[in-house]
Design a protein around this ligand. Structure first.
Ligand SMILES: Cc1ncc(COP(=O)(O)O)c(C=O)c1O
Length: 286
């Protein structure tokens, strides 16, 4: 399979808020911070405010979409058996996940939708939720819009300039603010850290000790530099497996964000059934 990472893709007039933002609208102000950001004659905007890829997706994806789209009926549907089988295979091949079954996987309309559904299960409105800072803006907006109070634990640079979690600060904030829910971003956006196993283990021990339920956003786990390995949060212990809702998506790695499709992995039957119930409140069909 040949990938094209070097051609410059012209995305104008192809449904892209990255290169054709709706300037002058509240939406632009909301996303870009400046609703009237304009580009000078002869210059392009560099869309650093949005994590959209500027390379073409892998050719098998448009081929499969075109094949399906050529059948002229687009009715209600449930994901097929192949959907679950491919996720199971992907997780086993890439992340060494063993024993994942279809019932633990669920379709989500976007990772942030899944984050909010999980928090709605873990929390009451107004609850304090622990996040590391700097924080991905989608978490900030998603949590604030849904009535949660974010408590930040700043990441700190070690002597080698590597961003690390401050476990002492995390524990202090959890206790002081009676926190029972956290959003853990792995790999971390925006720091780009691929957390090492020991780091995740240490964080999960603190969460266990203080009964903190975890949403683990692993949307970036497939796009990692050579020499690094993604460790799924749920894989570090049996307790981590059962106290975590994990969220994944092909949207970043394969430039598919506009197709929205994401998925959760939830091993705890209780959490799974509560999250499915929460998602069903929007009356989506799947
Ligand atoms: C850490 C993280 N989570 C979630 C998202 C957005 O996911 P979705 O569009 O599926 O809600 C992004 C997008 O940049 C992200 O960086």
């Amino acid at each position: 399979m040949k990938y094209d990472f070097t051609s410059i893709l012209d995305r104008h007039n192809m449904d892209s808020i990255a290169v054709d933002p709706p300037l002058g609208t509240p939406m632009a102000a909301n996303f870009m911070g400046d609703s009237n950001a304009t580009n000078k004659e002869g210059f392009d905007l560099i869309p650093m405010w949005v994590a959209d890829m500027n390379f073409p997706t892998v050719p098998t994806i448009p081929a499969a979409i075109i094949e399906r789209a050529s059948h002229p009926a687009y009715g209600y549907f449930f994901p097929r058996k192949e959907y679950f089988n491919e996720i199971i295979k992907w997780q086993e091949t890439r992340n060494d996940v063993k024993g994942l079954t279809a019932e633990c996987i669920g379709y989500e309309n976007g990772v942030i939708g899944g984050v909010v559904s999980a928090l709605n299960v873990y929390c009451s409105k107004g609850d304090n939720v622990l996040l590391h800072s700097p924080t991905y803006i989608g978490f900030t907006k998603g949590l604030e819009n849904n009535g949660y109070n974010i408590v930040h634990s700043p990441l700190v640079k070690d002597e080698n300039g590597i961003w690390r979690m401050d476990y002492e600060d995390m524990e202090k904030k959890i206790v002081e603010n009676k926190i029972h829910a956290t959003v853990f971003c792995s790999p971390h956006n925006p720091c780009g850290r691929v957390w090492e196993r020991e780091e995740i283990e240490k964080a999960m021990e603190i969460f266990k000790k203080h009964d903190v339920y975890v949403v683990s956003d692993e949307i970036w786990s497939d796009i990692i530099l050579n020499g690094y390995k993604h460790i799924p949060t749920q894989s570090v212990s049996e307790d981590a497996r059962m106290r975590t809702v994990a969220l994944y998506a092909p949207s970043k790695t394969f430039n598919l964000a506009g197709l929205v499709g994401s998925y959760h992995i939830i091993y705890s039957k209780y959490l799974r059934e509560r999250v499915l119930k929460e998602s069903s409140l929007a009356h989506l069909t799947i």
